[in-house]
Ligand binder design. Structure first.
Ligand SMILES: Nc1ncnc2c1ncn2[C@@H]1O[C@H](COP(=O)(O)OP(=O)(O)OP(=O)(O)O)[C@@H](O)[C@H]1O
Length: 304
């Protein structure tokens, strides 16, 4: 089921910065990573989905709704966890999340119950009556997640949810996001400049670079088998490389591996035969998988 669809979506800010350029994409339900380096246009995309800013041209629909014309309907179905710290320090998590529930239109008792439930889901149930000002960064991030969940949305938009967290905190947050997406059946868009993080927990990725769409696809398709064979023999690597070159293969050594492009249907059998002819102990022979990082240019990969 398509939950987000854009058509030539473009956003130009005053001053002439084009944050999103002609972006056309359809996104299915699931846990979706929105990745790109700092300044790629991720937050702009999220703000348009929430109806906080309007596109300069093109269109965007969330659950077939227009966030500009049908803002309330969109916000009723979407939860938002902003990137920056935005929590009042002098109220408890319970009070704050209840308040957000009330803002979403929940009656008093229901808001209190839903707040407790959301705080339990994020692992803050025991601590919910403490003032937020005394919380660690990881706990504050989880309060932001709980307030996004309180009105029982169908879609969560998380802007850099692991920001400011140490490695253990990052792991815990990613596990939580993955669990929310998979156990609660809520779709999640996780916005991050850290490709490795989102790759771990997402079903699909939208990769953007300088406001342009690089690719939107399921992770499994992005990491499909490539047409390069990795061959490893326990000994005689150089001997095998020259034998394969004599047979006309382009061989690239990489550590203990030889990488050989599979340019024809018979290439695989010929490589195997070459190993057998030299009587070398074959350790590994498998087709390389594409890596998601290949999407980005060398400069961009250094940033993500
Ligand atoms: N209100 C604004 N006015 C002018 N330019 C803006 C505004 N907001 C964002 N930009 C610019 O638009 C581009 C995209 O910004 P955006 O915040 O969407 O990127 P991002 O991928 O979310 O980056 P980050 O991870 O740093 O938040 C950047 O060049 C940014 O400087």
């Amino acid at each position: 089921m398509t939950i987000i669809a854009t058509q030539a979506l473009t956003k130009t800010y005053g001053g002439g910065v084009t944050a999103l350029a002609d972006l056309t994409v359809e996104v299915d339900a699931g846990v979706i990573g929105l990745v790109g380096a700092n300044g790629a246009g991720k937050s702009t995309f999220i703000k348009i989905m929430l109806g906080l800013i309007a596109p300069s041209s093109g269109s965007l629909r969330v659950f077939e709704l227009d966030p500009v014309a049908e803002t309330d309907k969109v916000r009723a179905r979407v939860g938002y966890m902003p990137e920056n710290d935005c929590l009042p320090p002098d109220v408890s998590a319970s009070e704050f999340v209840t308040h957000v529930g009330r803002l979403s239109g929940l009656p008093k008792t229901a808001a209190r119950e839903r707040a407790s439930e959301a705080l339990r889901h994020v692992g803050l149930y025991e601590e919910r009556y403490r003032q937020i000002g005394g919380y660690s960064t990881g706990m504050k991030q989880r309060v932001k997640l709980a307030q996004a969940l309180v009105h029982d949305p169908d879609l969560l938009l998380l802007d850099e949810p692991t920001n400011g967290l140490d490695p253990a905190g990052r792991d815990a947050m990613l596990t939580l996001v993955h669990r929310i997406g998979n156990e609660f059946g809520i779709s999640v868009v996780v916005c991050s400049h850290l490709l490795g993080e989102v790759e771990r927990i997402c079903d699909s990725l939208i990769a953007i670079e300088g406001g342009h769409l690089l690719r939107a696809d399921r992770i499994s398709s992005m990491t499909a088998a490539s047409d390069v064979l990795a061959v490893e023999v326990s000994e005689g690597t150089d001997e095998l490389a020259s034998a394969l070159r004599t047979l006309g293969f382009k061989v690239t050594p990489e550590g203990r591996l030889l990488l050989v492009p599979l340019e024809s249907d018979v290439a695989y059998d010929r490589i195997l035969q070459a190993v057998a002819d030299l009587d070398l102990p074959l350790h590994r022979l498998d087709q390389r998988r594409h890596r998601v990082a290949e999407l980005f240019t060398a400069k961009e990969t250094a940033d993500v």
